[in-house]
Design a protein around this ligand. Structure first.
Ligand SMILES: [Zn+2]
Length: 259
C-alpha cells in the first residue's frame, strides 16, 4: 500500500468520524442511476424487473411491504468484476474493500466525443490531463467523462442504435486499447469507469479493454451517473457493489466525496 493511499484513507475516516451527524451533503455526489423498468441493459442481457409481493395492511393490522427483483449482473450502474473477462480472476465478492475506495481522476473528453460518437480515449488524452493536474495517482480509479449521461435512459440514443436489441449496431465511446494498457501497466490504477454503456466502444467485437483491465485483476464501472459533477482531481470514489458470491459483477452504489 502506498503512503498516499494511506493518507487518503485516513482523511476519509477522519472526515466521517468528525462529522457523523452532519456529513456535508454538498460534498456527496450520487453517481448511481436508480433501477427501474427504463434502466438500460446490454442488448442481450435480462432487464431489471421488480414486483410487489406484498403491499398494504397485513392480516395483523400493521403495514407490510415487500418486493422481488431480478436482473442481469450487467445493467444500469454496475461493476464488472475481474472474473467477467479474466479467467480465474476475482469475483465481485472478492474485490478488496480498500480497492473500492479510491481517488477519482476524471478525464473529460466531451469535445472529442461530440465530433465522433465512437471516440476512444487515447494515451495523449491521459497525458494532457496529467500536464494540467499531475500524475494519475497509483491506486486511482480513472473515469472517462463522455457526456453520454445526457442520453440516459433513452435506449436508442444511449446505445447509439435504432435497434437496441442488436449488439452488432452499437455506437458509443470507450477507452482505447493503448489507454487501458497505459493505465494498467504504467499507472497501476485500481479500476476504470465511464459514464456510458461500456468501457469498450460500441463497435468493439473483442472487448479488448475489458480483457486488459479484468485480465489484470482490476474492475470496470459502467453507466456511471452524474460524472459531470465530479472535478478532474481531488474527489474520493466509493463504489460498493452487491456481494454476490462468485458473481461476475452487479449493481453498485457509487458516490463521490468531493474535496
Ligand atoms: Zn458489465
Amino acid at each position: 500500500m502506498t503512503r498516499m493511499m494511506t493518507v487518503i484513507g485516513l482523511t476519509v475516516v477522519c472526515a466521517a468520524s468528525a462529522a457523523l451527524a452532519e456529513f456535508d451533503e454538498r460534498k456527496l455526489v450520487d453517481l448511481t442511476y436508480a433501477l427501474d423498468e427504463r434502466t438500460v441493459f446490454w442488448p442481450t442481457n435480462k432487464p431489471f424487473t421488480w414486483e410487489k409481493s406484498a403491499w398494504g395492511t397485513a392480516p395483523g393490522g400493521y403495514w407490510y411491504a415487500s418486493g422481488d427483483f431480478s436482473m442481469s449482473e450487467h445493467g444500469g450502474t454496475h461493476i464488472d468484476a475481474p472474473i467477467h473477462f479474466g479467467e480465474g480472476r476475482l469475483a465481485v465478492d472478492e474485490i478488496p474493500l480498500q480497492k473500492l475506495i479510491a481517488p477519482a481522476a476524471v478525464i473529460d473528453v466531451r469535445p472529442a466525443v461530440e465530433e465522433d460518437r465512437d471516440y476512444r480515449m487515447t494515451v495523449a488524452d491521459l497525458e494532457a490531463w496529467e500536464t494540467r493536474h499531475g500524475r494519475i495517482p497509483r491506486g486511482a480509479v480513472v473515469l472517462m467523462l463522455t457526456g453520454w449521461g445526457q442520453r440516459w435512459p433513452d435506449k436508442q440514443r444511449y446505445l447509439g442504435t435504432d435497434n437496441p436489441s442488436d449488439a452488432l449496431t452499437l455506437h458509443f465511446p470507450g477507452f482505447s486499447k493503448e489507454a487501458a494498457d497505459f493505465l494498467v501497466t504504467q499507472r497501476n490504477v485500481y479500476g476504470i469507469g465511464i459514464d456510458g454503456p461500456s468501457i469498450d466502444f460500441g463497435p468493439s467485437r473483442d472487448f479488448i479493454v475489458h480483457q486488459i483491465v479484468n485480465g489484470a485483476n482490476l474492475y470496470g464501472l459502467e453507466n456511471v451517473a452524474n460524472l459531470d459533477q465530479v472535478p478532474p482531481t481531488g474527489a474520493i470514489l466509493v463504489a460498493l457493489p452487491i456481494k454476490i458470491k462468485g458473481g461476475t459483477g452487479g449493481p453498485v452504489r457509487i458516490i463521490a466525496i468531493l474535496p
